[in-house]
Design a protein around this ligand. Structure first.
Ligand SMILES: Nc1ncnc2c1ncn2[C@@H]1O[C@H](COP(=O)(O)OP(=O)(O)O)[C@@H](O)[C@H]1O
Ligand SMILES: [Mg+2]
Length: 355
C-alpha cells in the first residue's frame, strides 16, 4: 500500500519519535542538575559500560596472544574506585533502572521521567513490527483507518457491513430471466465479495461495476467491501458521484490549492476508490467525462481498485460518457460487472405484509 496517506502518517511517526527523543534529552539534562545522586549513578553506569567494553577487547586480544581466557581487571577496577560503591554491574541494569526510578520519585518526578514515552509499545512508534518480515503495526492500521474514515463518506459502514448483511430483506422470488431468487442472488454476491476482500489486493480484476435500479442493495454491498477492506488496513474513499464531481468542478476556482491537491491525491492514491451512484452528478458537457476518464485511467495504470455503482443501464452509460470511459469501464479483463434486478427493497419494506 504505497500511498501518500501512508507516507504522511509515517512522517508523523518520525516527527513524533524525534520530538520524543529531544524532549527526553531535555528531561535528562534537567534531572541531572536537580538530582546529583542520579547523575552519579548515570556516570557510574557509563563507566561500567566502558569497563566491560575494555574487558571484552582485552579478552579478545589476550585470546589472540595465546592466553586462554583469564583476564585480570584489578588495575582497571582501581580507576573507578571512587564510585565503587555504586558502580553497577551491567547484568544489574534492571536494578539501576529501579534505583533511578526510586530516586526520581523521591525527588518528586514521575518514575518514568527518564524513559521514552512511546505512544505504542509494540512498534515503538515506528509503525512496523516483526524482525525479518516487517508488518504494519495495529496502531498504524488504526490510524490509516481513522484517517480514511475522516476524509471519506464512510459513516454508513458501521451500519452496513458483512456482519449486518441480512438476506431476508430480499424477496425469495425468482428474478425475471433467472433461475435464482433475488435472495439467493444476493447471498451469492455476498460470498463473491467476501472472497474478493480476502484476496485483496491481488485480485485479477481491480474494478467492480454494479448496475441496476435503486433499492436493490448496491450501496449496501459497496459498504460491506469498504468496511472489510478498511478493517484490513487498506485506505478507502467512498464518495457519491455527485459530490465527487461537484468537488472537482468547484476546485477549478478554489482559493486553497492545498485542499484541492489533497483531495486529488486521495482520489488517485487511495487503495480503493468507491464512486456511488454514477450518473447522478450534474452533467457539464465534457468536464465530467474527461475527469472520470482521468480517474479511471490513472487508477488503472497504477493497478488500483475502483468500485462503482450506477442506476444507469450499460447503454445509458455509453451515451452519458465518452467511449474512452466506457471502454475502460466495460473492459472485462479488469472489471467485474454485476447487474442487479428484482424488487426495490425500500418499497418492499413499506408493504403491509412485510411489516
Ligand atoms: N444485504 C442487506 N442487508 C440488510 N439491509 C440491506 C441489504 N441491502 C440493502 N439493504 C437496505 O435496503 C435499502 C436499500 O439498499 P441500497 O444499498 O441503498 O440500495 P441501492 O444502492 O441499490 O439503491 C437500504 O436501506 C439498505 O440499508
Ligand atoms: Mg445506492
Amino acid at each position: 500500500m504505497k500511498d501518500s496517506l501512508l507516507n504522511e502518517i509515517l512522517k508523523e511517526y518520525d516527527a513524533y519519535r524525534i520530538r520524543e527523543r529531544e524532549s527526553l534529552i531535555q528531561r535528562e539534562a534537567e534531572v541531572m542538575k536537580a538530582i546529583p545522586e542520579l547523575a552519579r549513578l548515570r556516570n557510574s553506569l557509563v563507566t561500567s559500560f566502558a569497563q566491560k567494553a575494555r574487558e571484552l577487547i582485552l579478552n579478545s586480544e589476550a585470546a589472540g596472544g595465546g592466553y586462554a581466557g583469564g583476564n585480570d581487571m584489578q588495575g582497571k577496577e582501581k580507576e573507578a574506585d571512587n564510585d565503587k560503591d555504586i558502580i553497577p554491574e551491567i547484568d544489574n541494569l534492571q536494578e539501576v533502572k529501579k534505583k533511578e526510578a526510586e530516586l526520581l520519585v523521591k525527588n518528586g518526578y514521575p518514575a518514568d521521567y527518564l524513559t521514552i514515552r512511546y505512544r505504542c509499545r509494540l512498534c515503538r512508534d515506528t509503525g512496523y513490527v516483526g524482525e525479518l518480515i516487517k508488518e504494519k503495526c495495529s496502531c498504524l492500521i488504526q490510524r490509516l483507518v481513522e484517517r480514511s474514515y475522516k476524509f471519506a463518506e464512510l459513516s454508513d459502514v458501521e451500519r452496513e457491513n458483512f456482519n449486518t448483511f441480512n438476506a431476508d430483506v430480499f424477496p425469495d422470488t425468482p428474478i425475471r430471466g433467472s433461475k435464482m431468487t433475488q435472495r439467493e442472488y444476493m447471498l451469492q454476491l455476498k460470498s463473491v465479495f467476501w472472497n474478493y476482500q480476502e484476496e485483496f489486493p491481488n485480485n485479477p480484476k481491480k474494478n467492480i461495476l454494479f448496475t441496476g435500479k435503486t433499492g436493490l442493495g448496491k450501496t449496501f454491498l459497496l459498504n460491506c467491501l469498504a468496511k472489510a477492506l478498511l478493517d484490513k488496513g487498506h485506505t478507502v474513499m467512498k464518495v457519491t458521484s455527485y459530490n465527487l464531481f461537484e468537488h472537482l468542478f468547484r476546485s477549478i476556482w478554489a482559493d486553497s490549492p492545498e485542499d484541492v491537491s489533497f483531495m486529488k491525491e486521495r482520489i488517485f492514491e487511495v487503495d480503493v476508490l468507491i464512486i456511488d451512484d454514477l450518473g447522478t452528478e450534474t452533467r457539464r458537457n465534457n468536464f465530467t467525462a474527461e475527469e472520470l476518464f482521468n480517474i479511471l485511467n490513472e487508477r488503472y495504470l497504477k493497478k488500483k481498485h475502483t468500485f462503482l455503482s450506477t442506476n444507469l443501464s450499460l447503454s445509458d452509460l455509453k451515451s452519458y460518457y465518452s467511449d474512452r470511459v466506457t471502454s475502460r469501464l466495460f473492459d472485462t479483463r479488469n472489471t467485474m460487472i454485476f447487474r442487479f434486478s428484482g424488487q426495490d427493497i425500500r418499497l418492499r419494506a413499506a408493504l403491509p405484509e412485510n411489516k
